[in-house]
Structure formats: structure tokens, C-alpha cells
Design a protein. Structure first.
Length: 391
């Protein structure tokens, strides 16, 4: 099919819930994507942080094909090898105790919320169920995770929202210290992705962890976007040097297949027992087989290279001194760029995409989430497009 045919079918038969760019993607190799007509696009998005191994990865595709031929699905009433092996690897690499597998980021964060409330109910009974999140956060698209999201722009249309959430400004410890005795957990992103790629202050994060331990609040870390190597460590909490009670993950965990989950520490491993939480497709063996290839790829040396790539890309963008861009920020290959007054991120994104560079927006700025395997050549090609189009 041609690009126009794909766009027309999409417009006619798929709900208009996305502000899509007028681009149809047909295939890819490395960090470069192609439309049906063969036009190339350097990808600084990785499907919003999902395709961490890029495109055309033979080891990933072969693992999926082999597992699909053996067993595609069995449900969680029975045990299969791929998710068992993947859970072991994740626990050993993070120091966590156990895993619950799910399908998407919002679902994973729902799991965190249920875990925290049941932990508190088991220990303290009713009335201690409030969860504090941070202003400018984003935690998902379900009714409950929309409520948890600390951005008023998302709090519309779908009333009534779920009770039991409060908001505090990031990096303001006093706002958390002032919370009452009805709180059971703090949920936060270490880098606020949708809010503009805003890393939290390290001292603040350590102070929050200490406060949670003192008050027996669960420390919940949303790593849907920051996890699985994106920031240059397997999970961002490892760079911050904290030990959360539970962590959500999604996006890149299976390199392009729908998979997510939560990691929990020893204190929380038995909170959610049989009948309290479930999902039919969670831990699907095909997705888990893909996840094993991702873990095999993300060696310590590979993650060091992710940090080096992120530093290179940020430095080169700032060296371009483009009139529309200000400072960069982020961790690893999760990069935010300030957009100066007089420019809009949507207009910038459209111009870059029209000229063969796929980018994302976040808050008022730009967001770059390239495949973790992106080459220097591809980064330089993307930088050349930026300089040509925006200079």
C-alpha cells in the first residue's frame, strides 16, 4: 500500500484519539525508518521509548519466531519458561524480590497503586490510603492513573475521578512532610518525561526515601519511561542510589512488544496474593522471549555507551546554537530541549519530521528518545537535519 492509502484507511477506521503526523512507517533498520515509498527518517523517538533495540534486530525477531512456534499463550494459571527466566534476571540485576508482569504502563502503575493500598490496609486497616504524586507528573491514561497524574490538563471530561490522590511540587520536601497520617505511599518519576524531561534533584529523592521509611509509606517509582536502559542504567533508581519498595516498568522491556510490570522488594512480595490482582496476557511467553533478548543486549558496557551517546547528542545539539533551542537536560538517551519564546515545539517537530527526522514533544519543550542502539552516523545525520532546518 502507498502512504496515502495507509493514512486514508487509518483516518476512516481508527478512532481519532491521536494527533498523528502524516507519515506512514513501513520498515526500519537500526535507528532509521522508511515509508512505503522508501523515504528515510532518522528516528529520535523509538516509538516513544519502546524500540530500544531499533529495527531489524535479527536476534530479537528470531527469539519471537521460535517462541511463537513453540507456545504463544498459556495464561497465568500455568507456568512457562520465558517469563520465569526474565523475572529472575530482573530481580538479580536490581536487587528486588519479585515481579508481576502486565501489558502497558498505565496497567503497571495501577498495580503499584493497588499494592500500596493493600499493604497499608493489611497493616493499618481502613483510612490510610492516600497516595501523593508530584505536580507535572504523568502516570497513565486509565481513570485512576489520570487522577494520579499531576497535570490539570489531563483532569477533564471523565468525571468522577478516583479518590485518594494528592499532589506536591517536585523538589519541595516540606510539601511531603506536611502530609497527614492517612498517606500510604509516594509515587514519582525520577525524570518527569511527559512533563518536559525534568530530572528530580538527587538530595530531594534521598530525603523522600528517608521520609517514606520513617513513616512506613511505600516508595513507588514510575520507571515506565526511564527504565530498561533508557537513562544509561538498567533503571534510573540505580543511578539515584535509592532502594524503592516497588517500581513500574514498560515501554522498552520487550523491545517493541506490549509488556510491562512491577518489581517489588521483599517487604511487598506477598502483599498481592491469589485473587487480588491479575491480567490474562501478562507474562506472555512470546513477549518474555523478546524481553530476554533485550536483557542480553543491555550489558554494563552497553549501558555505559548509552550514557556516552546521550552526552554526545546533548553536547552537539547545544553546539549548534539553534535560535529556537535553549539548554538540554536529561539522563542517558532521554533528552529534553528547551524551546525559546517565539517558537512552539509542535511547529518545530512538524518541520523536522517533514525533513526526515522523527522527534517528540514534552511539556513546552522537545523530547528525544532514540533507540539505544543508534549509531554515531545516525545521530550525526539527525543533527545535520536539525542544523539545516532550524539554523
Amino acid at each position: 500500500m502507498t502512504s496515502q492509502e495507509i493514512l486514508s484507511l487509518t483516518d476512516r477506521y481508527i478512532m481519532h484519539t491521536y494527533g498523528r503526523f502524516p507519515v506512514a512507517i513501513d520498515h526500519g533498520k537500526g535507528a532509521t525508518l522508511y515509508d512505503p515509498e522508501g523515504n528515510a527518517y532518522i528516528d529520535f523517538t523509538s516509538g516513544i521509548g519502546v524500540s530500544d533495540l531499533g529495527y531489524g534486530n535479527h536476534a530479537w525477531a528470531d527469539a519471537i519466531a521460535r517462541q511463537a512456534q513453540r507456545l504463544g499463550h498459556a495464561s497465568n494459571l500455568f507456568c512457562t519458561e520465558p517469563p520465569a527466566r526474565l523475572a529472575e534476571i530482573l530481580c538479580k540485576r536490581t536487587g528486588m524480590s519479585c515481579v508481576f508482569f502486565a501489558n502497558g504502563g498505565g496497567e503497571a502503575n495501577e498495580g503499584l497503586i493497588k499494592l500500596a493500598r493493600k499493604y497499608s490496609f493489611d497493616r493499618y486497616g481502613k483510612g490510610r490510603s492516600a497516595i501523593v504524586t508530584l505536580n507535572n507528573s504523568f502516570h497513565g491514561r486509565t481513570i485512576t492513573t489520570l487522577t494520579a497524574t499531576g497535570q490539570e490538563v489531563f483532569h477533564n471530561y471523565f468525571f468522577p475521578f478516583t479518590e485518594g490522590f494528592r499532589y506536591a511540587d517536585a523538589n519541595d520536601l516540606s510539601a511531603l512532610e506536611a502530609q497527614g497520617d492517612d498517606v500510604c505511599a509516594v509515587l514519582m518519576e525520577l525524570v518527569q518525561g511527559e512533563g518536559g524531561v525534568l530530572p528530580l534533584d538527587r538530595d530531594y529523592v534521598h530525603a523522600v526515601a528517608k521520609l517514606c521509611a520513617e513513616r512506613d509509606w511505600l516508595l513507588l517509582i514510575d520507571e515506565v519511561q526511564t527504565g530498561v536502559g533508557r537513562t544509561g542504567s538498567l533503571f534510573a533508581f540505580q543511578q539515584y542510589g535509592i532502594a524503592p519498595d516497588a517500581v513500574s516498568f514498560a515501554k522498552g522491556i520487550a523491545g517493541g512488544l506490549p509488556m510491562s510490570g512491577i518489581l517489588a522488594n521483599e517487604k511487598c512480595r506477598d502483599v498481592l496474593g491469589p485473587g487480588t490482582h491479575a491480567t490474562t496476557f501478562g507474562g506472555n511467553p512470546v513477549c518474555a522471549a523478546a524481553g530476554l533478548v533485550v536483557q542480553e543486549t543491555l550489558t554494563d558496557a552497553f549501558l555505559e555507551d548509552v550514557q556516552a551517546k546521550g552526552t554526545y547528542l546533548r553536547n552537539q545539539i547545544e553546539a549548534l546554537k539553534l535560535p529556537c533551542f535553549g539548554a538540554t537536560r536529561g539522563l542517558g538517551l532521554m533528552i529534553g530541549i528547551e524551546v525559546k519564546d517565539g517558537y512552539t515545539n509542535k511547529a518545530i517537530a512538524n518541520r523536522l519530521i517533514e525533513n526526515g527526522l522523527l522527534v517528540l514533544t514534552a511539556g513546552p519543550g522537545m523530547r528525544l528518545l532514540p533507540p539505544l542502539v543508534i549509531s554515531k552516523k545516525e545521530m550525526d545525520q539527525g543533527l545535520e537535519i536539525m542544523a539545516k532546518v532550524l539554523g
